[in-house]
Design a protein around this ligand. Structure first.
Ligand code: GDP
Ligand code: MG
Length: 437
């Protein structure tokens, strides 16, 4: 699979200290092959690898990050950029907002219609009306009614009518009369590109003037997805793409190709058959998925860890010599604050993102402490013992804090230093343990 291929590609770079023209060229060749296997089309894959190569050659290798890791990071950023950079919002300002759902049979239109209603109800506080406009398969109307029932959304149907253009118009009128602020029109599918049905959906579009036209496509269909997207976009000029069935084995290379061929944002992804299996599309997360980033996250973490371990060792030495000072203390605070960035990193791991959402490490927590330390002179920071009463007064004034706060911080610092010193001295530690009951 792609992950193995990337591993092999990175092996080429392993143990090599610098990124050179040759090792990048070899790696990029492997990566281009891997991308092609993941359904990324040739032009996109070529442009992508060329771009990464340029950037890689312009970059110096960081000490703690190997060329492979750096390349991976570059590729991830580049892929995310190609897929739109940031998440694209759905435009639901108009009341009612009309959303037309289009795509081939079996792409997941009806399922997505239910999911979108659920999303708009629960996340955007909307009152959606679903319009059953697939009149060719009687079961399609039943299916939409069942899904609407599951999410508690209303459905407009007209089982007598054989005119999808009229039904769509009726649905929008019904929404206006009954206070629905979003209308989602589930249209008939096509087995393949079918001229009659194409004309029909163009007419539905003209009749209801939708703010959003979402093209739904099965991510498992690979390169076909790209061709279909192109035809639908030429005819409908849709506003966004919905990529379904990303819960399967597919790596989602289609996302990249579609975006680069039709240049429309991917707005949602479907990750299952249940009504809550819908996610706003995040380019960076998709980039991670395409690259098989589980590995990359652990690589970056390991690099980070190595860096921290080196710092920790230096700190140990200082503590042992009783040289731990306010500079180190300040550094420790910055380390704790960096946990905020760790949060972003953790968010890339499936399932962890939601968990981390509630954990908040605020910068405010350390604001006063930082201000106090910053108001110390370099001499004071390195020689905490010299900070006498008049210096403390000056620091309080300079940092805009109270004298008590400065006193408290220095007291805390001294206590901390004492404990640290004891802990770093094995004999003292042993003595301390003996005294314990
Ligand atoms: P439509 O013909 O475009 O309306 O497609 P449907 O909504 O009827 O979906 C076709 C099939 O795909 C159904 O069995 C759905 O349950 C399934 N399906 C739709 N979206 C997803 C998805 O995101 N993941 C999975 N695993 N199945 C999906
Ligand atoms: Mg359907």
């Amino acid at each position: 699979n792609l992950s193995d291929k990337l591993d092999r590609a990175f092996k080429v770079l392993k143990g090599q200290g610098t990124i050179t023209e040759i090792n990048v060229a070899e790696t990029m060749k492997e990566i281009r092959k891997a991308l092609l296997d993941a359904d990324v089309n040739y032009k996109t894959a070529k442009a992508f690898t060329d771009d990464v190569k340029q950037k890689a050659l312009g970059n110096n290798v960081l000490t703690s990050i190997s060329p492979g890791q750096l390349l991976t990071k570059l590729m991830n950023d580049e892929l995310a950029e190609l897929m739109g950079g940031t998440a694209a919002e759905l435009d639901v300002k108009a009341s009612p907002t009309v959303i037309l759902i289009a795509g081939l049979n079996g792409a997941g239109k009806t399922t997505f219609t239910g999911k979108l209603a659920n999303y708009l109800k629960t996340q955007k506080n909307k009152k959606p009306l679903l319009v059953a406009d697939d009149i060719y398969r009687p079961a399609a109307i039943d299916q939409l009614e069942v899904l609407a029932g599951q999410v508690g959304a209303a459905v407009y149907t007209n089982r007598e009518s054989k005119d999808p253009i009229a039904i769509a118009k009726e649905g929008v009128a019904y929404a206006k009369q009954n206070g629905y602020n979003v209308v989602i029109i589930d249209t008939a599918g096509r087995l393949s590109i079918d001229e009659a049905l194409m004309v029909e959906i163009e007419q539905v579009k003209a009749a209801v003037n939708p703010q959003e036209i979402l093209f739904v496509v099965d991510s498992m269909t690979g390169q076909d997805a790209v061709n279909t997207a192109k035809v639908f976009n030429d005819r409908l000029d849709f506003t966004g793409v919905v990529l379904t069935k990303l819960d399967g084995d597919t790596r989602g290379g289609a996302a990249l190709s579609i975006k680069s061929v039709v240049n429309k944002p991917i707005k949602f992804i479907g990750t299952g058959e249940k009504m809550d299996a819908i996610d706003v599309f995040h380019p960076d997360r998709m980039a991670s998925r395409i690259l098989g980033m589980g590995d990359v996250v652990s690589l970056v973490e390991r690099a980070q860890q190595q860096f921290d371990e080196k710092q920790a060792a230096e700190l140990q030495k200082k503590i042992r010599k009783n040289k731990f000072d306010f500079n180190d203390f300040y550094g420790q605070i910055q380390q704790i604050k960096k946990m905020g960035n760790m949060k972003d990193l953790m968010g890339m791991i499936p399932g962890v993102g939601k968990m981390m959402k509630d954990v908040e490490i605020g910068d405010d927590a350390f604001k006063n402490v930082e201000a106090i330390i910053q108001s110390m002179t370099p001499y004071e920071k390195e020689n905490p013992d010299t900070i006498n009463q008049s210096r403390r007064n000056r620091i309080a004034k300079g940092s805009g804090t109270k004298l008590e706060e400065v006193n408290r911080l220095i007291k805390q610092f001294e206590d901390m230093r004492k404990v640290m010193k004891q802990m770093s001295n094995p004999a003292a530690m042993a003595a301390m343990m003996k005294r314990m009951p």
